[in-house]
Design a protein around this ligand. Structure first.
Ligand code: HSE
Length: 376
């Protein structure tokens, strides 16, 4: 039974809670995965802790009113660090807002979780992009797991795909659409919607970042490209090394002109090995409609992995969304369940089987007889 602490109970944290609540039986039956959410902490929605477990339906209802701290009978008032360090959780789910410039406060949450010997599962791009190596090394030294599938392409298997299914290949280039909001805006502009309306809709649907610049200026895609460079290619790339341009200068005219030429604008993230170095970029590219990436519309993401042994592998799937990103946490939890099973309560000691007890008694009788003969 895993005890989970969820830090950050916004769209993603609640998406995970909904999945866990709805699929408890299936997870137990098909994956032997059992859980108890012991703590939730959110900067706005409040915090609650019960070492024996909280009721997820109750938590979700309270979260709607920003009233998690009203959870009856639970310990309340803890901040994120208290929740991580003082709770009896064995896995910390970090889903607070992301800050690509400082990585805080999430980076402190990461360190607190790992330093207290807890596994860390996250969708948080800031600290994963900026401090990937440090976090991975800390997790290793503490003999716990750091899992981050949801940082790129939400629940679509991008990072696990490379780690497991493309293992043994050299990944030479990764190229694709890694930001759902900008792809949604560009697709809607093609349908004659204005840039501002399309952005507003992306915000209402819950996949735009809190500060829109993060999406439209390419910072979010930049973070994902850096994660791919570090996690997949082992590169020591800095955020500042990424050649980055967003979509803010693309006008409706540009989109219509491209359409007339049989082309389509996409914000393309790219990371490639070039002459011993790894180079990365995020910039709008005018793709021929025949290009597989040109056909990817809305908030959907796509990545093409160019490999040495099996050439190009392209994946297309959700890149954002409540359940889609919540799912990425679930898949990481299942991976922990497969590779670092939670401690099970010690089984009660069984009495010795009758046969063995009989044999032992016989042996004792013999020993006593021999001792009597010997006069001891
Ligand atoms: N704002 C991000 C996007 C969310 O639009 O892709 C998922 O990382």
């Amino acid at each position: 039974m895993y005890k989970l602490a969820i830090v950050g109970f916004g769209v993603v944290g609640q998406g995970l809670a909904e999945i866990l609540l709805e699929h408890r039986e299936r997870l137990k039956k098909e994956h032997g995965f059992e859980y108890s959410v012991v703590a939730v902490s959110d900067f706005v929605k409040g915090a609650a802790y019960d070492p024996k477990g909280l009721d997820l339906a109750k938590l979700l209802a309270l979260a709607k009113e920003n009233g998690i701290s009203q959870y009856p009978g639970a310990k309340t008032g803890w901040n994120a660090i208290d929740t991580i360090v003082k709770s009896n959780a064995d896995v910390v789910v970090e889903a607070t807002y992301t800050d690509i410039k400082t990585a805080e406060p999430a980076y402190s949450h990461f360190k607190a979780a790992l330093n207290s010997g807890k596994h860390l599962v996250t969708t948080n791009k800031g600290p994963t992009a900026l401090f990937f190596r440090e976090v991975a090394a800390l997790a290793k030294s503490k003999k716990v797991q750091f899992r981050y599938e949801g940082t790129v392409m939400s629940g679509t298997p991008a990072l696990n795909l490379v780690a497991l299914c493309l293992a043994g290949n050299e990944i030479r280039e990764i190229r694709g659409i890694v930001n759902g909001t900008t792809n949604f805006i560009l697709t809607n502009m093609e349908k004659r919607k204005s840039y501002a309306d399309a952005l507003k809709e992306a915000q209402d649907l819950g996949f735009a970042e809190a500060v829109p610049d993060a999406d439209v200026e390419g910072f979010d895609a930049m973070a994902k490209v850096v994660i791919l460079a570090k996690a997949v290619m082992g590169a020591d790339l800095k955020v500042a090394d990424v050649d980055r341009t967003g979509i803010t200068r693309i006008t409706l005219d540009d989109i219509n002109n491209a359409k007339a030429e049989g082309k389509r604008w996409k914000l393309i993230g790219r990371v490639a090995r070039e002459g011993g170095a790894v180079r990365a970029s995020v910039r709008p590219e005018k793709l021929d409609v025949a290009d597989p990436l040109a056909g990817v519309g809305g908030a959907t993401n796509a990545l093409t992995f160019s490999t040495d042994l099996i050439r190009n592998v392209t994946i297309i799937g959700p890149g954002a969304g409540k359940i889609e990103t919540g799912y990425s946490i679930l898949v990481d939890l299942l991976a922990i369940n497969r590779t670092a099973p939670a401690a099970r309560p010690a089984a009660p000691k069984k009495p010795a089987p009758k046969k063995t007890a009989k044999k032992a008694a016989k042996r004792m009788k013999k020993i006593r007889k021999r001792a009597k003969k010997a006069g001891r």
